[in-house]
Design a protein around this ligand. Structure first.
Ligand SMILES: NC(=O)C1=CN([C@@H]2O[C@H](COP(=O)(O)OP(=O)(O)OC[C@H]3O[C@@H](n4cnc5c(N)ncnc54)[C@H](OP(=O)(O)O)[C@@H]3O)[C@@H](O)[C@H]2O)C=CC1
Ligand SMILES: CC(C)(CO)C(=O)C(=O)O
Length: 341
């Protein structure tokens, strides 16, 4: 099987390294020439909660050739139109494109490469790009080896190709098959909205969101808005590991202290994570905010659901994008303090 990692950045370097070390025929494809050169010269190096280095083959997109049987889509959603159009000549009728981006990009991906080629998944570990050839794993290693991915067919069917692709992703970390892919993507979206959104809007690791009373209460509201909008759009949220994430819905003000405590317990092992959106702001780049927190207000339209917390995250992250600066925690926490009153 010929495999492509399309977008070998923070996550793609890690996925590519372990798949290559597992003896698979895999190409790491990235536009960053210095990174591609470093990968070919010294191999892919993974630091952070592990220390691992392995030989890989890396190329830039202009050197793609032949056809790929499996493509792991790990570029940012912002570039899907051009990235996927460029990929089309390298797909045949049996090729599979595995969408692993945060958010819910699957309909868009399917509209370009064809629905029958698309499967999808959620990534349940964190990674930070360090320098050419080097990526940092930020999730505790044992957790990563147990819960790295959930993958599934768009319609939830458990097919042979899903089992086959699971064995490849298992080389990276624990891979689980979902029979409710839409619910899986929304459950990950909820965590991204609450923690990656606030991590970016407040310029802090997830631990910073957990520790401050205002931000953790805001995270509980962001989760609640996401659940209400998801339900209004027919989504059944999938369990995360064994946790029923839809139970975070706030039915009355009295629920808030319990929801806050539940979120604190659930997210404690992830306290070192830094949102990939924050990494984008640090690089003075546009982030995926429109495809993460931005999904909630967009899908709330016409449903009579207010989304002030997600709106605030979108506003603050966009402000940082426009001014090419990183947010200031002390300044931005005050906006959430106002919402909590
Ligand atoms: N990092 C994380 O912890 C997590 C990220 N995700 C999701 O995974 C996806 C990837 O995120 P992440 O790895 O952080 O992103 P990165 O920005 O670190 O990696 C994306 C890579 O794709 C490269 N690239 C850009 N355009 C192209 C192109 N046309 N062809 C090939 N490569 C290209 C980028 O190069 P350049 O930088 O030079 O543009 C970059 O190296 C996102 O959707 C994100 O939401 C999900 C879970 C966790
Ligand atoms: C939550 C996290 C860090 C890892 O799963 C992520 O998805 C992101 O911030 O992009």
């Amino acid at each position: 099987m010929k495999i492509a990692i399309l977008g070998a950045g923070s996550l793609g370097t890690i996925a590519g390294a372990y798949i290559a070390a597992g003896g698979q025929d895999v190409e790491l494809i990235d536009v960053y020439q210095a990174h591609v050169d470093a990968l070919n010269q010294s191999g892919a190096k993974i630091i952070g909660t592990t220390d691992f280095q392995t030989k890989v083959k890396a190329i830039t997109p202009d050197n793609m050739s032949g056809t790929y049987d499996l493509v792991l889509l790990l570029t940012k959603q912002l570039y899907n139109d051009s990235v996927l159009q460029n990929l089309l000549p390298f797909l045949d009728e049996k090729s599979v494109v595995l969408s692993l981006q945060n958010g819910i990009p699957e309909e868009k991906v399917a509209s370009i490469v064809g629905r029958e080629r698309v499967i999808a998944g959620s990534v349940e570990f964190g990674a930070t790009f360090m320098e050419p050839g080097v990526s940092k794993l930020t999730t505790e290693f044992g957790h990563f080896k147990e819960y790295a991915f959930q993958i599934g067919e768009l319609n939830g069917e458990i097919t042979e190709r899903i089992h086959e692709i699971k064995t490849i992703l298992d080389l990276v970390g624990g891979t689980h098959i979902s029979d409710n892919l839409v619910g899986t993507k929304w459950s990950k979206l909820l965590i991204n909205n609450a923690f990656s959104g606030l991590s970016a809007a407040l310029n802090t690791e997830f631990g910073g969101v957990i520790d401050h009373e205002v931000s953790i209460v805001s995270a509980a509201h962001i989760a609640d808005e996401t659940i209400k909008v998801g339900h209004a759009n027919g989504v059944t949220f999938a369990k995360m590991n064994t946790f029923d994430i839809a139970s975070l819905e706030i039915k009355s003000e009295n629920d808030i202290p319990e929801r806050v405590q539940t979120l604190r317990n659930f997210m404690e092992p992830s306290r070192l994570l830094r949102a990939s959106m924050l990494q984008d702001l640090e690089k003075k780049r546009k982030s995926e905010i429109d495809y993460i927190n931005g999904v909630v207000p967009r899908l709330a339209k016409g449903k009579g659901i207010a989304t002030p917390y997600n709106d605030m995250v979108v506003k603050l992250v966009k402000q940082a994008e426009e001014t090419q600066s990183v947010p200031n925690f002390d300044t931005n926490i005050k906006f959430f303090e106002e919402l909590n009153k």
